[in-house]
Write a protein that binds this ligand. Structure first.
Ligand code: DGL
Length: 266
């Protein structure tokens, strides 16, 4: 099916997920929407995130997207059920949390797993509830690490400053005894190797974007929605733009992207 896929996030961090999706599905055309005018979502209320997410879905549906992937953990936690009901049969909606729950169910029964994410993601308790429901033998601990997003956005990753902050967070006793740590935020793949260094490879550090991309590809195949080839290039829409954005976008996506401004409210 030659329609594009829509991927959205509060800003540019979701391009880590878009990158993983593009690698898993090179023939798919991506329409990415980054709500840079309203980021961060991680500190906002569920109601506000839901309102923005509905507007973004309107944009993606107007571009004829056959499937919508909520790349943002905070929006997946706060708005997935609402978005799914809102979009209805117009497109398939997926979040970044359910594929991780299935992965944990398969690999970590009876073990302790940790998660780091924004205040919204951790405070929503969505992971905890889903695990209690679907994989109750997994013991789960979550820690909000709100400084990591601004730290990464300001270019502090893989240096001594990020090392101190990561160390401070990960030494929190909440995470004692974990055997795996889920990176529950779009930005964290950029500090994955520093987190692995902290744990000296004694803990599995799980990049959710890879799991999500594989599961999204499976879903398209199952529903017979896969494209055979791209007829147009990807589009990267943002609700606000500054001169530094394209550089940041290239960092998250892994190669150069051209951003187009698209207001959420006309
Ligand atoms: N995209 C958000 C997430 O994955 C992080 C940035 C934000 O707080 O908006 O939770």
């Amino acid at each position: 099916m030659q329609q594009p896929i829509g991927i959205f996030d509060s800003g540019l961090g979701g391009l880590t997920v878009a990158n993983a999706v593009q690698k898993a599905l090179p023939q798919e055309r991506i329409i990415y929407f980054g709500d840079a005018a309203h980021l961060p979502y991680g500190d906002k209320s569920a109601a506000t995130i839901q309102a923005y997410s509905v507007k973004i879905c309107d944009v993606l549906l107007s571009k004829n997207c056959k499937a919508i992937l909520i790349a943002c953990n905070s929006a997946s936690a706060a708005a997935y059920e609402l978005i799914k009901a809102y979009v209805g049969s117009r497109a398939h909606v997926m979040n970044v949390i359910d594929p991780v729950i299935s992965f944990l169910f398969e690999k970590y029964q009876g073990r302790k797993v940790g998660l780091i994410g924004t205040k919204q993601t951790v405070g929503s308790n969505v992971y905890a509830h889903k695990l209690a429901d679907q994989a109750p033998s997994i013991s789960f601990a979550a820690l909000a690490t709100p400084l990591l997003v601004p730290m990464i956005e300001e270019g502090f990753h893989n240096n001594s400053i990020s090392e101190v902050i990561i160390h401070q967070y990960l030494s929190d006793e909440t995470l004692n005894g974990i055997e795996a740590l889920i990176l529950g935020c779009t930005h964290y793949p950029l500090i994955q190797s520093q987190i692995e260094d902290y744990y000296q490879h004694r803990v599995d550090v799980i990049d959710a974007s890879q799991i999500v991309a594989a599961s999204f590809a499976e879903m398209l195949a199952e529903k017979e929605l896969k494209s055979t080839g791209k007829s147009e290039p990807n589009a990267f829409l943002v609700s606000d733009i500054t001169p530094s954005f394209e550089r940041a976008a290239s960092l998250f996506f892994g190669h150069k992207v051209h951003l187009e401004k698209h207001m959420l409210w006309e």
